[in-house]
Design a protein around this ligand. Structure first.
Ligand SMILES: NC(=O)c1ccc[n+]([C@@H]2O[C@H](COP(=O)([O-])OP(=O)(O)OC[C@H]3O[C@@H](n4cnc5c(N)ncnc54)[C@H](OP(=O)(O)O)[C@@H]3O)[C@@H](O)[C@H]2O)c1
Length: 336
């Protein structure tokens, strides 16, 4: 089968096509013939060796796919050959014609969800849902500040807020990303350009405060880190929950007394580790998420940037250039 991989730390330009044997499913695992693969910032971090955990090379990017089950390992009773699924493969492997993954990482797709849209659900929506509900205990009527709101996790978080009846306030960096955030359910947006995002925390806090007015967010969804984390923490409601998802803009050093002063909780988690360590709970959540999307309770927009398999490197480069407005997916099989 054909795959796209990097031999060592690299970017979209160093991604190479390779021939690899079709994997055989281990016990409790299945093989999925990939229709489409969703791409995320984490793929770039792992490709370049900048992820929290060391990357094993050669490395095939792609942590979320959709497709059809083509082989089933011993002990799997929940899936059969031919099932249409969305699947996580959290250590990469998605940019391939076939992917081997645990059966618990797969959810059967109801008819209403097409394979291209399904390819961008597992990681971003899974993460947003897990953080906001499991850790954030999000409730109707609450106010949520979503940083990096036009990103993959950010837009999913906006949609989860909309579904729950919470008010989402979005931080974005450009007018196009503002429009995207509003389309995904943000009630209002603060626009701070990419360079200005590196201003001192006190300055960012002032801008945030004037945007928020009397409001204080009950929850902060923070996938960006950098100086914006401290600014957000300075403005959180008493008793609020600051959800630490990621560090697109760098790992911040924050005065710990802010947690005391704001009487808030700072909660970090790794969705990948959660899925690996609590596979059954993660599977139940994933199934619940897909059902909410199928019934229309939760909206999941289709990817905005779709590339053919041969252009996987360009797809990753677009992400690296921060030139995306909406999700990026690669169409691996042409009937997807
Ligand atoms: N904890 C978990 O389990 C978990 C799960 C999934 C993702 N994550 C992490 O969450 C972060 C965001 O992931 P994502 O998939 O949502 O990424 P994404 O789609 O690229 O979105 C990242 C957002 O952050 C903003 N940003 C601000 N400064 C940035 C910088 N220096 N470089 C890149 N983006 C910057 C970008 O907006 P502008 O370009 O408009 O500024 C963009 O909207 C990543 O660090 C990822 O590893 C964590």
């Amino acid at each position: 089968m054909k795959v796209y991989e990097v031999a060592g730390p690299g970017t979209g330009e160093t991604l190479m096509p390779r021939d690899r044997p079709v994997p055989k499913p281990a016990d409790g695992h299945v093989v999925v013939r990939v229709a489409a693969c969703g791409l995320n910032l984490v793929d770039l971090l792992m490709m370049s060796g900048r992820y929290q955990k060391a990357t094993d090379y050669p490395f095939i990017p792609g942590q979320e796919v959709s497709g059809t089950v083509s082989d089933v390992g011993a002990g799997v009773t929940s899936l059969k050959v031919g099932d249409r699924v969305a699947a996580r493969c959290s250590r990469g492997a998605g940019l391939a014609q076939c992917v081997e993954t645990a059966a618990d990482n797969c959810v059967i797709l109801p008819d209403g969800i097409d394979l291209l849209a399904a390819a961008v659900l597992p990681v971003s929506f899974g993460t947003a849902d897990h953080f906001l509900h499991h850790h954030g205990h999000l409730a109707k009527g609450e106010t949520v500040l979503v940083l990096g709101a036009a990103g993959a996790v950010g837009t999913a978080a906006l949609q989860v807020c909309r579904e729950t009846g919470a008010e989402a306030l979005a931080l974005v960096s450009s007018p196009a990303k503002r429009d995207l955030a509003l389309a995904n359910g943000a009630a209002d947006c603060l626009q701070i350009g990419s360079l200005d995002m590196h201003a001192e925390p006190a300055e960012l806090s002032k801008r945030l405060k004037s945007f928020l007015g009397e409001k204080r967010p009950d929850i902060v969804v923070d996938p960006i880190g950098g100086n914006m984390s401290e600014a957000a923490l300075r403005n959180i409601a008493v008793g609020g929950r600051h959800l630490v998802l990621g560090f697109a803009a760098g790992i911040p050093r924050i005065p710990m007394n802010l947690a005391l002063v704001r009487r808030c909780r700072i909660i970090g988690d790794s969705f990948r580790a959660y899925c690996e360590q609590e596979p059954q709970a993660a599977h139940a959540r994933f199934e619940n998420l897909v059902n909410r999307i199928a019934t229309g309770a939760l909206r999941a927009p289709a990817p905005a940037h779709v590339f053919d398999f041969e252009r996987s490197g360009e797809a990753l480069q677009l992400l690296a250039d921060r030139a995306t407005v909406g999700r990026v997916a690669v169409r691996v099989a042409y009937d997807a």
